[in-house]
Design a protein around this ligand. Structure first.
Ligand SMILES: Cc1cc2nc3c(=O)[nH]c(=O)nc-3n(C[C@H](O)[C@H](O)[C@H](O)COP(=O)(O)OP(=O)(O)OC[C@H]3O[C@@H](n4cnc5c(N)ncnc54)[C@H](O)[C@@H]3O)c2cc1C
Length: 436
């Protein structure tokens, strides 16, 4: 549908949306099209498609079309209610993108670039949807694929790949965020399995996940081990965290483990220390680096349309030089971010990527995106604080991304440690730096 055509056509409609009970934004604000009708792609100025294989291009198009059609019309309402649209899970499953780079076990086996494109196309329309997939696929499923036994992979991955079951990944604790390697949740060996005791915080998807990948400290070895915990296990309780200002659709949970029994067969054999999570984090940090790219692209695309539709002083907003400068600055940021993200993928694919490079990618794209979405927010004036026009929502959604999977600071320090040889995580007075 052409931009703006819905505005005209819908004038006659009842201006109260019967589904959400809220005012129909296209009637209330006839000069600009809301994000429920997503704008065409305008942010790929340097033609990123040219760097993609035929398969990757097709994948990008498929995910984009799905998000624009299925998620764009409903996202503001679910974001406002801080609820998850469970009805889209089977549709996301049909896209066959869960499992990303994992080969076999019903997973798609994409290139790392393909997997990154999926995350960024999800984020372009809705960052929560992209976070849901990232946690499920690039953290939980990947941990099972890289650190699980053959039997565990065969048992869990096929249904996770089709999103018949959903997973979460539980590392962070109330007292250990950036310092996650010091985590305190314990795993005690008992006959036939392990007893998990402790708390986790911030765990995305955990309020409804069927499969929880959990990290706990082995009380015998004092090392960190990984476990697969099933929904409904006695002693397990996940409570939704309320009042978030970003990624409101993502259901983050506080989890309590009270003597949760995990059979031996569900202990991940490949997690014998905190360092073993680094194989997973190497991939997931690339994926997180692509979220700010997708978010910024969506914001630019909305602004590009909005500035041509909305008039002030008798001229479209796009005609004002100050607005043009902001638009061009946003576009420049996005081109640089895409190229950094793409190069990160290629370094990984050639086996050359270092942890510092992944961290720099995540830290830098989230920093540039922060400027980009702020400019977008300004460009939309008052509508820049309404979730209906995407930018306000994207602006808020970027904040947790700036801080999760290693905050900006922690990721820059990982890079700085690599290039200086000096770790600065722990103040010198406290002694040896923690193992991040
Ligand atoms: C929406 C959301 C979703 C999440 N999803 C998950 C999930 O699914 N699974 C999971 O396990 N975790 C998840 N997390 C947790 C996330 O990874 C942590 O929030 C993150 O690692 C930061 O930890 P923290 O919040 O405890 O901040 P803190 O560690 O308390 O940091 C606070 C501030 O201090 C700074 N700081 C800390 N240490 C240092 C240092 N050594 N030097 C300099 N500055 C420092 C930080 O950069 C930050 O600015 C999620 C978080 C959010 C917000």
């Amino acid at each position: 549908m052409a931009a703006g055509s819905r505005n005209q056509g819908d004038r006659s409609k009842d201006s109260v949306d019967s589904h959400s009970g809220s005012l129909d934004i296209s009637v209330a604000f006839p000069q600009a099209t809301p994000a429920s009708i997503f704008p065409p792609l305008a942010s790929d100025y340097y033609q990123f498609d040219d760097l993609l294989s035929t398969g990757e291009k097709a994948l990008r198009k498929k995910v984009r079309e799905f998000m624009e059609k299925e998620v764009a019309p409903i996202m503001a309402g679910y974001w406002e209610k801080a609820e998850f649209p469970f009805h889209i899970i089977p549709k996301l499953g049909d896209l066959r993108v869960a499992g990303g780079t994992i080969k076999g076990y019903g997973c798609p086996g994409f290139s790392i670039t393909g997997s990154a494109i999926v995350i960024s196309e999800l984020a372009r329309v809705d960052a929560s949807c992209s976070t849901f997939m990232l946690v499920h696929s690039s953290l939980a499923m990947l941990t099972i694929a890289l650190c699980g036994s053959e039997a565990q992979k065969e048992k869990y991955l096929p249904s996770l790949a089709q999103l018949q079951t959903v997973a979460c990944w539980a590392l962070t604790e109330p007292n250990y965020g950036s310092d996650a390697s010091a985590l305190n949740t314990s795993a005690t060996k008992v006959s036939g399995g392990w007893l998990i005791d402790g708390q986790k915080r911030w765990i995305g998807n955990s309020t409804f996940a069927d499969v929880l990948v959990v990290f706990a400290r082995n009380t015998t070895t004092n090392q960190i081990n990984g476990f697969i915990v099933k929904k409904g296990t006695p002693g397990l309780k996940a409570t939704k965290m309320e009042n978030k200002i970003g990624l409101r659709i993502v259901q983050n949970g506080d989890i309590l483990f009270n003597k949760v029994f995990v059979p031996d067969e569900d202990k991940l054999p490949g997690v014998n220390s905190f360092q073993d999570t680094s194989k997973v984090l190497a991939v997931s940090r690339i994926m997180v680096a692509w979220q700010p790219i997708g978010i910024s692209m969506g914001v630019f695309d909305i602004c590009h349309r909005y500035l041509k539709e909305r008039k002030q002083f008798g001229a479209p907003l796009a005609a004002f030089q100050l607005n043009q400068e902001k638009l061009a600055r946003m576009l420049g940021n996005i081109q640089a971010m895409i190229l950094v993200g793409w190069r990160l993928c290629k370094l990984y694919e050639s086996g050359k990527m270092t942890p510092g490079q992944a961290s720099l990618g995540k830290a830098w794209t989230s920093l540039r995106a922060r400027e980009t979405v702020s400019l977008g927010r300004e460009l939309l004036g008052g509508n820049g604080i309404l979730a209906d026009f995407l930018v306000a929502k994207a602006f808020c959604d970027l904040e947790p991304i700036y801080s999760y999977e290693g905050t900006y600071d922690i990721n820059t320090m990982v890079t700085a440690r690599e290039i200086t040889g000096i770790a600065s995580f722990k103040p010198a007075v406290l002694g040896k730096s923690s193992r991040l």
